[in-house]
Design a protein around this ligand. Structure first.
Ligand SMILES: [Zn+2]
Length: 351
């Protein structure tokens, strides 16, 4: 635990428009790293903590990793502290924020702060998996006005990319090929990639299987949506609101015009529920590894011998060593056997 001071507070706008207050601190050494920023989560958290700009706070690392404010050291107050004023308008686009439980959100789908996060999400591995479209590149594309949203990505040509920093001919070609390939990822990934509030990977998959096309999902009434497992009234309303939005409809229409598929890859999914996934097995498993490998391959998965960025999951038993370390280093999800069983059940592949 260490003490330091809150110097100022920024309000960041996330992909879904969620506003997160972040405190800028007088930099302090804590468990081996310098901490200069810490999240204040939401308005309720600030109120509960009774934090003010200028306050001395006690910090620790939650789980040994994430810096967290434990409390305000009120006995060190000088009277100079200023209250933290939570905005009622979006710091970027000035739209009036809407409250959603403890969360404040910018409701403007065209908010520029959201654009960066949305493009990043669209291109992410679990959405459209456009490798080579990193943060720096997204920033440049936005700054030069080449791209405003995901649909614009598919209008990029070699000549647009040629003028960008660190973009050789080869990497431009690769990026265009990646974009081309991403058009056929299917409804579940495209739906996840749109970043509709409440619609994570698992729900996107369920919705894709249930409705098959984006048109059918758009037509679905509240009752029909609520009949889907894991969809309650709030989520149903959120999905309907997002898909009824004129700008969202326009985005989907332009993505479709560019050739992006909003149809479920259902036939394939039904026969081969693990199609497109690559597994690496390591450590001691309860069954012979060859047997597990065979089972996964029969369900459409690939089983590889080494871990790379393309690995979807590492299944690790006791005694796992370097492959497990590599997975952690690359951020590849690691499952134990129970986790694998749960994944198979979720994909409808159990038994
Ligand atoms: Zn905004």
């Amino acid at each position: 635990e260490k003490e330091t001071r809150i110097e100022s507070v920024d309000f960041q706008v996330g992909r879904t428009g969620r506003i997160t207050p972040v405190a800028n601190l007088t930099p302090v050494q804590l468990d081996g790293t310098t901490v200069s920023r810490v999240t204040l989560h939401n308005k309720a958290f600030i109120e509960e903590l009774d934090a003010r700009v200028g306050d001395v706070v006690r910090l620790h690392k939650s789980g040994g990793i994430i810096p967290e404010i434990l409390r305000v050291v009120k006995e060190k107050r000088t009277g100079e502290e200023a209250p933290i004023v939570f905005p009622n308008r979006c710091p970027e686009c000035k739209a009036e924020l809407v409250e959603d439980g403890k969360i404040h959100r910018c409701p403007n789908p065209l908010c520029p702060a959201k654009a960066f996060q949305q493009l990043r999400h669209w291109a992410s591995r679990r959405a459209m998996d456009v490798q080579g479209l990193g943060d720096k590149l997204i920033e440049q594309l936005l700054e030069k006005g080449l791209v405003k949203d995901a649909a614009d990505l598919y209008r990029l040509g070699k000549e647009d990319l040629a003028g960008l920093e660190r973009m050789g001919e080869k990497s431009a070609e690769n990026l265009l090929a990646q974009l081309e390939a991403s058009k056929g990822r299917g409804l579940e990934r495209a739906l996840y990639g749109l970043g509709i509030p409440q619609v994570g990977e698992a729900l996107a998959r369920t919705l894709a299987r249930r409705f098959g096309t984006i048109e059918k999902l758009m037509e679905a009434g509240e009752e029909e949506l609520e009949a889907v497992p894991d969809v309650g009234p709030i989520t149903a309303a959120e999905i309907r609101r997002a898909l009824a939005d004129k700008r969202m409809r326009d985005l989907i229409r332009r993505l479709q015009a560019a050739g992006v598929s909003f149809e479920a890859r259902q036939a394939q999914a039904a026969e081969q529920p693990l199609a497109g996934l690559t597994f690496v097995l390591t450590g001691e498993l309860s069954r012979p590894r060859a047997e597990v490998k065979e089972e996964l391959e029969a369900l459409g998965a690939k089983v590889a011998g080494s871990v790379s960025r393309k690995t979807s999951y590492v299944v690790a038993g006791p005694g796992a060593g370097s492959k497990l370390a590599k997975a952690r280093q690359l951020g590849v999800p690691v499952l134990d056997e129970a986790g694998l069983a749960a994944l198979l059940a979720e994909r409808g592949a159990a038994g």
